[in-house]
Design a protein around this ligand. Structure first.
Ligand SMILES: Cc1cc2nc3c(=O)[nH]c(=O)nc-3n(C[C@H](O)[C@H](O)[C@H](O)COP(=O)(O)OP(=O)(O)OC[C@H]3O[C@@H](n4cnc5c(N)ncnc54)[C@H](O)[C@@H]3O)c2cc1C
Length: 442
């Protein structure tokens, strides 16, 4: 059987490996970039958090969309199978905080090299700089359809057309099975430009609305002077009209366009869902929120108000006679926050420590325990770790990822409407779907 795989990310490479393990198959992998795994290369800040070593029963808690759909592929190729696969193929791995799995070398290319090695051993024909531009199918005639069971596919895969991006030559090859693993539309510069959705639309395959998730948030107000500040081990509560929507503990980082960091990315996945209508006015770089969110940061989560006030009193006592309130603030805050806090609490530049009374102590406490930020937008696809939405899972057979409408056409990876939280889960589900799509027919 001739098998074509479109896209050389984790889903496509794993599909190619599995399909080529059957030596009856001739397997072609088309990748429009000059190299494989361009997105994989930047994952985990260049270290690639390739999977998570958690128990498979817990794994499903990290799947945000279409959990049930993925259970079938995960039962055939799980996080533990991916770990075994890497170790068996000379890619040693290590487990870090939160059971995150990384290559021992701390280099993401070790993962791509491992996939490449196995593909080479299996004889996969990798075509780089080769953009698939069309998928050609035969339309199954009505007569043919009527003779078969009701759910008969409307089309059957016939050929693939691709363009060599070096010389612009267009070629066509006859194919029996096509696996589309083109990724989502986040970080487009890595090659995930949404081509898979175009192929799906051609055959009336339903595409669910696309949303950026695991994405930074835009804020109201001027936080420029906090740019680059990383707040560690803080508490965060997100409210909409005073209703608590999400609560977490961890790190937040201020950056050029707002706030990011683990808490923010995970919160975006829980909160920015079209279903609860938080988002409107789509443009690629920024999505406005229908309802603004209030974020309250607790900079001292380990101390109660009372304990913190007692500490303040002690510090003020020790610093009596000193002029600058900065001397007090530096004991309570990261350096970058001192002038920001001073301006917010003590409007008068010449305010001295001796003037801090109960009212000012309350103001300091309020800011430390309830530092308020108004969230007004979600940043766009260019900054999103994953794309939510995509090929509707109801269009696919969860056992092998084949389209119900097109015989011989399969979808795997981020192009499908599944997404997970951070921690190595997204690469795992992409590889898992790729594995079952590349398997022999079920
Ligand atoms: C900055 C960042 C960090 C991340 N870190 C992690 C992490 O540490 N752990 C984790 O689990 N997940 C992480 N992710 C998410 C993870 O990278 C993706 O979910 C995963 O790569 C999806 O795999 P995929 O194979 O479906 O798609 P992709 O990896 O996007 O691969 C799709 C491939 O298809 C190719 N392609 C597209 N169209 C065509 C066409 N027409 N013809 C030929 N080729 C085509 C593209 O060039 C691309 O190479 C991160 C994402 C980003 C952006």
């Amino acid at each position: 059987m001739k098998v074509a795989i479109v896209g050389g990310g984790p889903a496509g490479m794993m599909a190619a490996i599995k399909a080529s393990s059957d030596n009856q198959n001739e397997v072609f992998l088309f990748e429009k970039n000059e190299k494989l795994g361009k997105k994989l290369f930047i994952t985990g800040k260049g270290r690639c958090n390739v999977t998570n070593a958690c128990d498979i029963f817990l794994f499903k808690n990290y799947i945000m969309r279409n959990q049930k759909f993925l259970l079938s592929s995960l039962s055939k190729f799980s996080n533990k199978d991916l770990m075994k696969f890497l170790e068996m193929n000379n890619c040693p791995i290590k487990i870090e905080r939160g059971l995150r799995v990384f290559p021992k070398s701390d280099k993401s290319f070790a993962i791509t090299d491992c996939f490449k090695k196995v593909m080479k051993e299996n004889g996969v024909k990798v075509l780089l700089n080769s953009e698939v531009i069309d998928i050609i199918c035969d339309e199954n005639t009505k007569a043919f359809k009527d003779t078969k069971e009701e759910k008969r596919a409307s089309y059957t895969v016939k050929a693939i057309q691709y363009k060599n991006l070096k010389n612009n030559k267009i070629s066509k090859i006859e194919i029996d099975k096509i696996i589309v693993a083109t990724g989502g539309i986040s970080y487009k510069s890595t090659g995930s430009t949404g081509d898979g959705y175009k192929f799906a639309k051609k055959f009336d395959i339903r595409i669910n609305d696309l949303l950026p998730v695991l994405v930074p948030m835009g804020v109201n107000g001027d936080f420029t002077e906090l740019n680059g500040l990383l707040l560690k081990n803080i508490g965060a509560k997100f409210f909409s009209s005073d209703k608590l929507l999400y609560e977490s503990f961890g790190d937040i980082e201020f950056y050029k366009y707002g706030i990011t960091g683990p808490i923010i990315l995970s919160a975006s996945s829980y909160l920015f869902d079209k279903d609860n209508l938080l988002i409107k006015n789509i443009n690629d770089n920024e999505f406005n929120l229908k309802d603004k969110l209030k974020l309250l940061i607790d900079l001292k989560p380990a101390l109660s108000h009372k304990q913190l006030d007692e500490r303040l009193i002690r510090e003020i006592e020790k610093l009596k006679g000193s002029d600058s309130v900065d001397l007090l603030l530096i004991k309570l805050l990261p350096k970058k926050m001192v002038s920001f806090f001073r301006k917010n609490i003590f409007k008068d530049e010449n305010f001295t420590i001796s003037k801090i009374d109960k009212t000012y102590r309350k103001k300091i406490l309020d800011l430390l325990k309830n530092f308020e930020i108004e969230i007004v937008s979600s940043r766009g696809f260019n900054e999103a770790i994953v794309t939510r939405g995509g090929v509707d899972c109801n269009e696919l057979n969860p056992k092998n990822m084949e389209c119900k409408k097109v015989k011989g056409l399969y979808f795997a990876g981020e192009v499908v409407d599944v997404d997970c939280l951070t921690g190595g889960f997204n690469i795992t589900v992409a590889a898992s779907m790729g594995y079952v799509a590349g398997s022999k027919e079920v």
